[in-house]
Design a protein around this ligand. Structure first.
Ligand code: NDP
Length: 480
């Protein structure tokens, strides 16, 4: 069977890249999803030029037509939810139900921003000088560069593309090299929905080549990036040095606090789902399980039992709870951290072993450490795999202090039946998102998403707050 070749999309044309790369299924290394174009820096610059040329017309494009295009894209994504979900599960390795859910999220994001196009307005205020009116409006920035990671191959491109286009910007998208398939389908859907040539451009390829060309271009007014802290820091320094606008969403070391008064079932569900589902490859994963002394031993025993019942297997197989790790590099990182945790003196209470399945893939059993303390590397550094550590706290006050003792601040959670502790935690947790009696992972698409400290930088993503990044404010004074 011949492998299908997927091209880049620049200025309204599908064009071959400077090279190609093979997209493989992490559940079955013999399964090739396709061959995807790899752009070079010159091609990335062509995409930026196409987006720049398309901006003047798109920035004033009739809002009803702009909304219709986003709505048509939403309808197609939702109509093809299952098929796109299969592609997502095949290229990234999350389970089919998780992947179908992610595609649904992408569809609803486009529907939400189809509405935002029409709702987007400004403000008028009287001037302190008699007879003058002041109008505060928001205008698009120009060309936006979007650089996305591998772990949410359709939702993250969707939650950046939809507001960028809704508010009148043109876009150059560079998806992660590991998962170009869903981004390609998304761009294909949007171009067939009626986007004018040049408004949305796709340049697949390496971050160090295509990503850098986007970051370095003075014609790119803003860069929205999701990925690792190290890459994000480097990108921010470059974009800020040329006075570009920047938005970064990066890592997490999210705590889930479980108090003595918690409902044990609620705590177990939140911990299992938050730490291990999607193979733990989520920036919102709860990799630190901070449990108070009166609950600790019961929680650890029950967690080991629950983990033993989970099925790690092919992402597309029925009944799989946890799919494979995304690739060999991430698997090596996960195994390295499991070794580090053991050498640091934490006890590997469950899992952390390579698994063999019917087909060759990157299978790892979920790893649970106990007897960890918060200063260990496994408690401070993001692993980005199915690895979590239980840290014992004497009481609520110590649990809160431990939860906040991290350089990250994306999401935090608490499981408790005490309104007093839930309210206090919600107020004093140093995170951008707080969950009470819920897993740290699992967020809505119509409200702000983002963190504090080392996790995020710049305005929030998603919901109507997305306008803060994708627009620039203008204050006009009007005298009669
Ligand atoms: P990376 O930072 O390696 O890559 C993210 C994106 O940046 C990819 O598209 C990558 O391209 C690109 N890139 C890499 N180097 C450069 C560069 N020098 N200039 C411009 N672009 C570059 O992260 P991963 O894709 O490995 O994703 C995992 C990480 O992302 C984790 O640490 C996780 O915490 C974080 N993450 C954070 C989220 C959040 O919202 N807070 C959500 C999801 C993930 P390529 O890969 O093609 O080389």
């Amino acid at each position: 069977m011949t492998t299908q070749l997927f091209k880049n999309y620049i200025g309204g044309e599908w064009v071959a890249g400077a090279g190609t790369s093979i997209n493989r299924n992490p559940s079955d290394l013999g399964d090739v999803i396709g061959e995807y174009a790899q752009a070079d820096a010159a091609q990335a610059r062509q995409a930026i030029a196409a987006a720049k040329a398309a901006f003047p017309a798109w920035s004033v494009f009739p809002i009803q037509e702009r909304s219709n295009i986003l709505e048509r894209a939403a309808a197609e994504i939702l109509r093809r939810q299952e098929e796109l979900g299969r592609l997502l599960a095949r290229e990234e390795g999350k389970t089919l139900p998780e992947a179908i859910g992610e595609v649904g999220r992408a569809g609803h994001i486009f529907r939400f921003f189809a509405g935002e196009v029409l709702r987007h307005g400004g403000e008028t205020l009287p001037s302190v000088r008699p007879g003058i009116d002041i109008e505060i409006s928001r205008e698009p920035l120009g060309v936006i560069g979007l650089i996305t990671p591998w772990n949410f191959p359709i939702a993250i491109p969707a939650w950046k593309i939809a507001p960028a286009l809704a508010y009148g910007n043109t876009v150059v998208l560079k998806p992660a090299d590991l998962v170009p398939g869903c981004a390609w389908e998304l761009v294909d859907i949007l171009q067939r929905a009626g986007l004018p040539a040049g408004v949305l451009n796709l340049v697949m390829g390496r971050g160090s080549v295509v990503g850098e060309a986007i970051v370095d271009s003075k014609d790119v007014a803003g860069v929205s990036f999701t990925g690792s802290v190290e890459t994000g820091r480097g990108i921010a320094a470059k974009v800020v040095s040329r006075m570009g606008k920047i938005q970064l969403e990066m890592g997490g070391k999210n705590p889930l606090v479980v108090l003595d008064d918690a409902d044990l079932d609620v705590a177990l569900n939140a911990a299992i789902q938050g730490a291990y589902f999607s193979t733990g490859q989520r920036c919102t994963a709860s990799s630190r399980l901070i449990v108070t002394a009166g609950m600790h031993d019961r929680f650890v025993a029950a967690m080991a039992q629950r983990l033993a019942a989970l099925k790690v297997d092919d992402a597309l197989a029925q009944g799989t709870d946890i799919g494979p790790v995304v690739d060999q590099n991430q698997l090596d990182t996960d195994l390295a951290y499991i070794g580090i945790g053991q050498r640091e003196g934490a006890r590997l209470a469950f899992g952390g072993e390579l698994l063999e399945r019917q087909k060759k893939g990157f299978y790892l059993s979920p790893a649970l450490f106990t007897d960890a303390d918060n200063t260990m590397r496994i408690s401070q550094e993001e692993v980005f795999g199915p690895v979590a550590a239980v840290i014992k706290a004497q009481d609520y006050d110590e649990a809160l202090a431990l939860a906040n003792d991290t350089e990250f601040g994306l999401c935090s959670g608490i499981v408790t039946t005490s309104l007093k502790h839930a309210s206090h935690f919600k107020r004093h947790s140093q995170a951008g998102m707080v969950m009470v009696n819920l897993p740290t992972a699992g967020i809505d698409y119509h409200v702000p998403f983002g963190g504090r400290k080392g996790s995020s930088y710049g305005p929030r993503e998603q919901g109507r707050h997305a306008a803060e990044f994708y627009t620039s404010i203008k204050t006009s004074y009007i005298a009669p």
